[in-house]
Design a protein around this ligand. Structure first.
Ligand code: UD1
Ligand code: CA
Length: 461
């Protein structure tokens, strides 16, 4: 058994530089969704993506899945795509054909199509669905309304007014017996309004050769929607994200206002975590149990431990947050931020390549970049690690139990050793020894009575 995924088309209707099958829904390329479904039915080495338009770009985008590729260098239609794939398909008994632009297909539906095909000993089985708005799709012409047998498929552009009234559409997913497919596929012609080889014409061709062509109708019509336009992409994206929220809720996650949350398909969230309205969680993010993610936070490829509180308006990008940490409001955690267990990162704090130890706190208006901070450290408001000399980045090390007074600048490379104090408003350019106090600021001068004398002078003039 092989799976062929049609993915060579340009996607003219999207008016895009990006090939159609790389447009994303639910945070993942259309083609990646289809491959993920197919890979649950057959092993990746039996999956062939037929690529053509910007083939290299498509190939490298999904290469990690381990599937194979067939190059259709000129895109002369869906039938032509399978003509080109004929060489590799010859080794198989049956092939399932999927459309690279219909990402909501499930492994269950693919398996159902295949079983239907095998049960009916058909040469070709097509998946169909009844759509309220069938416009744009090929229509299924059944031999008689009750039987499974199909006379042909007519494309929208060639359909008569009566045929356009048919609501049963061709979903663009098929199962073929490979020997019969290859014996007849050369008979396809380009005598149609697009001048292309239509795979859909195989239905009538195989029928004429007295081979069995049947339709397997799915009740779940959302699964077959193709993304040919930006509007269709948006519809599929919102359906997918709503389904993702429903799935998470079934698994024990609270989502207050699901329609406002944008959660990518591959995100994992554990039970008893609460997601407030207007939260976005992207990529491969993982959120533990018993967390609360407050409104307006945007989380990408982050790993969040159990019991973490993310207050409103945080941006987390490739950050790792230890259990019971408290982040925000308005914290910006950039790549390489590792926040320890029970640590606090507060208002308007930006971090990058930071290791913040267990129980340490940086609560206000601070930049910590290229820094290693130990446990139980207090970073005062307005502290800045000066990590960049204009050419290179340098590291600041702050050991366990250190207290950094507010408004301090730490000019890296620099190390503040265990238990030391840095006085407020210090500019620290040299290492601070263990348990020492470092003051790096001008001494205060106080002039008694100065203000009174100034006022008196002003009155007398
Ligand atoms: C196709 C079907 C239509 C069906 C619909 C379901 C044909 C002729 N029509 O129409 O009956 O209702 O899908 O979504 O098949 N592709 C290639 N090589 C090519 C041309 C296309 O690989 O030379 C790929 C495209 O990248 C796409 C898929 O085939 O992933 C379908 O092509 P598309 O142009 O979107 O066909 P539809 O007009 O949607
Ligand atoms: Ca399509």
């Amino acid at each position: 058994m092989a799976v062929a995924i049609l993915a060579a088309g340009k996607g003219t209707r999207l008016k895009s530089q990006l090939p159609k099958v790389l447009h994303e829904v639910g945070g993942k390329a259309l083609l990646a969704h289809v491959i993920a479904a197919a890979a649950q039915v057959v092993p990746p080495e039996d999956i062939y993506a037929i690529v053509g338009h910007q083939a290299d770009r498509v190939r490298s985008a999904v290469a990690a899945t381990g599937i194979r590729f067939v190059l259709q260098s000129e895109q002369q239609g869906t039938g032509h795509a399978l003509i080109v794939a004929g060489d590799v398909l010859g080794a198989y008994d049956h092939v399932i054909v999927l459309s690279g632009d219909a990402p909501q297909i499930t492994p269950q539906t693919i398996a159902r199509l295949l079983n239907f095909h095998l049960d009916h000993r058909a040469a070709m089985t097509l998946l169909s669905a009844d759509l309220e708005h069938p416009e744009g799709y090929g229509r299924v012409l059944r031999k008689n309304p009750r039987g499974p047998e199909v006379k042909g498929i007519v494309e929208e552009k060639s359909a008569s007014p009566a045929q356009k009234k048919i609501h049963e559409i061709n979903a663009g997913f098929y199962a073929f017996a490979v020997p019969q497919l290859l014996a007849h596929i050369q008979k396809l012609s380009t005598a149609n309004p697009h001048g292309e080889y239509y795979l859909t014409d195989m239905a009538a061709l195989l029928g004429k050769a007295r081979l069995r062509v049947v339709a397997c109708k799915t009740e779940n019509s959302a699964q077959v929607l193709g993304a040919n336009t930006r509007a269709e992409l948006a519809v599929i994206d919102s359906q997918m994200r709503l389904r993702k929220c429903q799935q998470l809720m079934e698994e024990g996650v609270t989502i207050f206002y699901p329609a406002t949350c944008v959660i990518d398909s591959d995100v994992q969230i554990a039970t008893d975590t609460v997601i407030e309205p207007y939260v976005q969680v992207f990529g491969g993010s993982r959120i533990g149990t018993g967390c609360r993610i407050r409104s307006y936070s945007i989380i990408r490829d982050a790993d969040i431990g159990d019991g973490v509180l993310i207050r409103p308006g945080c941006i987390l990008d490739e950050a790792r947050i230890g259990p019971n940490a408290v982040i925000g409001p308005y914290s910006h955690l950039r790549p390489g931020s590792q926040i320890g267990e029970g640590a606090h990162v507060g208002n308007f704090v930006e971090t990058k390549k930071l290791k913040l130890g267990k129980g340490s706190k940086a609560n206000h208006l601070t930049y910590l970049g290229d820094a290693e901070v130990g446990a139980d450290v207090n970073i005062g408001a307005g502290t800045i690690t000066c990590n960049y000399d204009g050419v290179h980045k340098h590291t600041t090390v702050i050991e366990d139990g250190v207290f950094i007074g507010s408004d301090s600048t730490l000019v890296a490379p620099v190390r503040v050793r265990r238990g030391a104090y840095v006085a407020a408003a210090s500019c620290i350019t040299e290492d601070v020894p263990e348990d020492a106090l470092a003051l790096g600021r001008a001494r205060q001068i106080t002039k008694p009575g100065w203000a009174r004398e100034k006022r008196a002078k002003r009155k007398s003039t």
